[in-house]
Design a protein around this ligand. Sequence first.
Ligand SMILES: Cc1ncc(C[n+]2csc(CCOP(=O)(O)OP(=O)(O)O)c2C)c(N)n1
Ligand SMILES: [Mg+2]
Length: 337
Amino acid sequence: MGELSLETTKALLRRMLLIRRAEEQVIHFATDYKELLTGHYHVYIGQEATGVGVCHALQPGDYLFTTHRNHGHVIARGGESGPVLAEIIGRVGGYNRGRGGTFHVSAPHLGILHTSAIVAGCVPLAAGAALSAQQRGTSQISVAFFGEGAMDEGASYEALSIAALWTLPVLFVCETNGMAGGRREKGESGPRLVDRALALGITAEVVDGTRLAAVCDAAGRAVERLRAGSGPVFLQVQTGNTWPGHSGGRAVLQGGDFDLTWAYDAAAAPQELREWIETSDSVSILLRDLDRSGVLSRAAAIELDREVRAETQAAAKMALESPYPSPEGALQHVFGR
Ligand SMILES: Cc1ncc(C[n+]2csc(CCOP(=O)(O)OP(=O)(O)O)c2C)c(N)n1
Ligand SMILES: [Mg+2]
C-alpha cells in the first residue's frame, strides 16, 4: 500500500466498508419497508476508494461539494452513518433535520455546505468556495465530486475556465463510471475528459479509481499543489465497470448484502457480480491487495467488517427511531418565510 501505514490503511478500509454497508441499508430502506423511501436515490457502491482516497488528503475546514450520489462522499469526509441514514428517510435526527433527503445531504461542520442533484451544479459552487478561501487568504481548498455527465454541461466549463484564470484552489474530481443518467456512456465523453481540462491550462491526470493507493497518491499530490497556490487540479478518476446493481434510481442487491468472502473468491458470488468483483470493485480489490501483501488477513478484514455491520445496524435503528419533523416546524431552519 505504498506510503500508507497499516493503521491508516485499516482506517481507510473501515471507512470504505462503512459506506458500502450504509448504502446497502439505504437499499433495504427502499425495498424491505413499505413507503419508507419511495422516490429514487443513487448509491456509491463500488466507487468507495475515490471518495475515501480524496478525503484522506483533506484537512478540517476544506470544502466539499457533491451530487445526487452524495451519501458516500459525506461518510468519506467523516460523516456518521446514523445522521446520514436518518436524513435519507427524512427524520429529525438527520444532518439536515430531515428536510433534505437523499439528494441534499449536507453537513456544514464537515465543509459540505450544500448538496444538490443538479448535474454540474456543484462545479461552479466549488469554484466559488475556493474563491472565497482565496479572498480571505486562508489555506482552505475546495473539492467538487461529479460524474462524467457534468462534462456535458456548460456550467462546468465556465467554472473550470475561471478557476484556471484566477488560480483558484479547487480540486475537480470527475468520477468516470461509464454511465450518465442510466445511459451507458461510450466514446467521446468516456476516456479523455482529462484533455478538456488540460486544454484550459489546468493540471490534470487520469487516475485508477479502482485502487485506493492510486487515488490517495494522486489526491495527495493535487492537494499539495493546491495549498501551494499553484491553481486548480482536475482528476479524471476511472472507477471501472459500474456496479451491476444500479437500476435507474432504484438499486437492486444481487445475492443480498455484499459477502466479504466474495472479494477473495468471486466464483462464490452471484454470476452478475463476478466480473465486477474481479475487475472493478474498489473494496474487493483493496481486500485482495491487503491479503496478498500480508498487510491484513481475510480473517482480520472479516472481523473489521463485523464491527462495521454492527455500527451500521445501530445507525439504521437510530434513523428509524428518529421522528419525522413536525408540520408546525415546517418554516423553521429555512431562509425565507
Ligand atoms: C441539470 C440536470 N440535468 C439532468 C438531470 C437528470 N440526471 C440525474 S443523474 C444524471 C446523470 C448523471 O451522470 P453522471 O454525472 O455521470 O453521474 P453518475 O450518475 O454516473 O454518477 C442525469 C442526467 C439532472 N439531475 N440535472
Ligand atoms: Mg457517470
